[in-house]
Design a protein around this ligand. Structure first.
Ligand code: UD1
Length: 439
């Protein structure tokens, strides 16, 4: 439930936005602070998001002091080996809570983690995390829906092959290995920029890591790690969401303070669809001044096309000429937004994990429900591009991953406001900056 977004469609977004710090890098870096015996870590460019607040609560539950002021987060760790249990309430709110498993086990020798369970985009097990930790000498037992893990003495370095380059498993094992005894080699590791950012943070803490960002990572475990300053990379998914919004509305949008190299798969597909791009050292501009054409894409681990941009890109294909095809290979059921887009007049045929999208001249505003974080962002883009008004419900997903989403879209000329009313875009709504122009 929560807020409702009322979106007046038919705008061409235009202007400049600055990317937030990456949610998916901030979360593991925060979890990594549990590797400290004691000390202070300063993390720059931490986005103000619900998921970040959940991770902060989890760290507090485990004895840390966490202060998040503006973009700066300060975490103070004082070692308390009695705190090793993660509460089910927090783990259920956010799957990334499982990232504390590796550091807890490595530093406190014990961890209890309720199994995260499924979520709307798939069953999302953590078997690869557990298998890797077992290779490092952890004893793992699953009882009453929770993992009970112990590591007698220190975890020991090991050669670990991941059956799939899971982002979370690579991060958990990287953190555990940083303070294990001896060398760990992670094979078929995830290569996402967020992994490299975590490795940089761990290196600042004194870890010895080589090869992060490639499929093979070598980690020499060290006994003690220390605090230090670190910086979160720009959020490539958030930045890309604004670029897709610019393209889907036929506008011109620039994102600044980004690493364009992290967004190459998206940029290639935008260009293939007919958008014009201007790529500079730390900014990207997209402009669309002719009809877009459908493209075929397949979601894959980095550097492939990110699954976290699949729903947003689908909106663009809904409005392109000719047919586009999307193969989702990372998650088993990440097409819940298809039904919502169809309510807006999209023509999409779903065949297993493939969507065939036939472009239509326009979408129509409708009442739609956000089914997960990126689906919510996609539906907001669809609403901005559509004719008429869209009511987007269940926006709580959006606040998990996008900081100031409404203000940023409205700065680009969007007409979105937040309403607590159930069914109307009324002037009693609570947002507001753009309200006068809506009337
Ligand atoms: C991370 C991102 C998420 C993104 C995903 C894929 C964070 C906080 N979240 O999620 O936004 O969509 O990467 O890019 O960084 N799997 C298993 N067993 C495991 C682990 C994963 O089968 O032990 C499967 C999952 O069910 C899924 C696939 O592997 O189908 C990818 O998962 P993974 O790379 O682990 O994603 P997350 O780390 O959960």
């Amino acid at each position: 439930m929560g807020d409702i977004l009322c979106i007046k469609g038919g705008v061409r977004l235009s202007g400049t936005v600055r990317a937030q710090g990456a949610k998916n890098a901030a979360l593991p870096i925060m979890a990594a602070t549990l590797l400290l015996e004691e000390g202070t870590v300063l993390i720059n460019r931490v986005p103000r998001l619900d998921d970040v607040a959940i991770m902060a609560d989890l760290l507090r539950h485990l004895g840390a002091k966490v202060d998040h002021s503006g973009e700066l987060m300060q975490i103070n760790i004082t070692h308390d080996p009695r705190l090793f249990e993660t509460p089910e309430g927090l783990v259920r709110k956010m799957r990334a809570s499982s990232l504390v498993l590796g550091p807890l086990l490595a530093r406190r020798g014990k961890a209890i983690l309720p199994l995260p369970g499924g979520c709307s985009i798939g069953s999302r097990p953590i078997d690869l995390h557990l298998k890797g930790l077992a290779r490092m000498g952890a004893n793992l037992e699953i009882r009453r829906g929770a993992v009970y893990a112990t590591a007698p003495g220190r975890l020991r370095g090991s050669r670990i092959y991941l059956d799939f380059p899971s982002v979370g498993a690579t991060e958990n094992l990287l953190m555990a290995a940083a303070s294990a005894k001896g060398e760990t080699v992670l094979e078929n590791a995830a290569r996402e920029p967020e992994i490299t950012n975590l490795a940089q943070a761990l290196t600042t803490m004194g870890a010895v890591i080589e090869g992060a960002g490639s499929g093979t990572i070598h980690i020499q475990g060290v006994e003690t790690l220390k605090g230090g300053p670190m910086t979160v990379i720009p959020d490539r998914i958030e930045a890309s969401t604004f670029l897709i919004a610019g393209a889907a509305t036929g506008g011109e949008v620039t994102v600044i303070d980004v690493v364009p190299e992290h967004m190459e798969a998206l940029l290639a597909k935008l260009e293939e669809a007919g958008a014009s791009l201007m790529v500079k050292e730390s900014s990207v501009t997209v402009r669309v001044d002719r009809p877009l054409t459908g493209v075929t894409l397949k979601t894959l681990p980095y550097p492939g096309f990110p699954t976290d941009l699949q729903p947003q890109m689908m909106v663009l294909l809904c409005l392109a000429e000719k047919t586009g095809v999307i193969h989702e290979t990372v998650f088993e059921s990440r097409f819940l937004h298809v039904g919502e887009l169809k309510r807006m007049g999209a023509q999409i045929e779903l065949q297993g994990n493939t969507s065939i999208v036939t472009g239509v001249p326009f979408l129509n505003g409708a009442e739609v429900h956000g089914t997960d974080l990126r689906a919510c962002a996609a539906l907001a883009i669809a609403g901005l591009a559509a004719k008429g008004t869209t009511l987007l419900k269940e926006t709580h997903h959006l606040w998990r991953g996008y900081e100031n989403f409404v203000d940023k879209m409205n700065d680009l000329g969007g007409k979105i406001f937040i309403s607590n009313e159930n069914d109307v875009c009324s002037p009693t709504a609570t947002s507001l900056r753009e309200l006068p122009s809506l009337q």
